[in-house]
Every structure is written in structure tokens, then in C-alpha cells.
Design a protein around this ligand. Sequence first.
Ligand SMILES: O=C(O)CCC(=O)C(=O)O
Ligand SMILES: [Fe+2]
Length: 181
Amino acid sequence: MKTCPDVGGDTLWANMYKAYDELSAPMKDLCEGLSALHDASPHGTPERKAIHPVVRVHPVTGRKSLFVNEHFTRRIVEMSNEESDMLLRHLTRWAVGPRFTVRYRWSEGTIAMWDNRCTQHNVLNDFEGERVIQRVTVMGDEPKAASALRYEPFRNAYSAAMWRDQPLKQFLKNRSAEPTR
Ligand SMILES: O=C(O)CCC(=O)C(=O)O
Ligand SMILES: [Fe+2]
């Protein structure tokens, strides 16, 4: 941390191992069979999209963690839009609940290291004045699913709400058009 406001600008980190561990058994079971479409629209690049497992396995520790967040996760691939909204609303709030979260008050010169494979973070936008932080990010590996996906992508019959399925359908179509690596 280079320059810190007198008050505010704390960072919150939530532990996605614990967010997964404390789900009920049936919810774990459901989530492990699912994947989700993510996009980077909050960063001004909505064309950056990817499908990731809802529960991922850490490549070093082998532990499972929840891998959805309010910022980037748009849609559960295997569910209808309404079902997806319901589940994502629950999971994204659950994941950042106080029981899984630490709140860090910075001072200048402090260095923080964290692992994006099993945490998520958020800076509180509650400060006035300057906040300057320098960061280095290590390239991530591709998130690996905790278990094989069990369901096909959701295919909607014609309905008034079909337009809501378009971003997912378009992504799956483009993906299947790509040459396999
Ligand atoms: O400014 C911070 O506290 C965290 C910065 C951040 O979000 C990041 O490096 O990804
Ligand atoms: Fe960040």
C-alpha cells in the first residue's frame, strides 16, 4: 500500500474453502455438478467470457472451494434463467457472509499476499482522498471442477423470456465453433 486514506478503503477477503465446507450436503451435491458463465462487464470488457465450475479444486491443497461471485458470475449453465438467478443470489451472498470474511485496515507500506484460487476480495468504496496500491498478479491456472459435470447446458423451449438465454446460447455456440485444442 503506497497511499492510504485516513479513514476507509479497507479490503475484505472471504474464504471460499469455508463457504463451500459449510454448505449443506444436498447443496454441495447440487453445486458440484454445475458450471457458470462469467463475464468481465464490470471491468468494461463484457466480451471476456468464460465458463467455470461452480465448485473448483485447488491444484496444490486439493481442497474444494466455491467459485461464484456477485461481480463476474452471470448464469448457471445447466439451469433456467430463473433457477440460476435464485441459486446465484443465494450463493453469492452466502459466500461473502461475515462468518467467512476478514476485514483488513491498511497502513502505508503494508504488503498483503492472497490466493485468488480460494478467496474473493472486495475494497470498500467508503473513503475520500487518495488510495494508491501497487499490485502484482501471478497468472492463474484453469479452474478444475471438483467432480464431473452431471448435466447438459440448459436448452430453453420457446418462451417470452427466451432472450435471457441468448448470452449463454451465443457463448456455447461460439465455443463449439472453435477448433478443439
Ligand atoms: O486495493 C485493494 O485493496 C485490493 C486490490 C485488488 O482488488 C486487486 O489487486 O485485485
Ligand atoms: Fe481485485
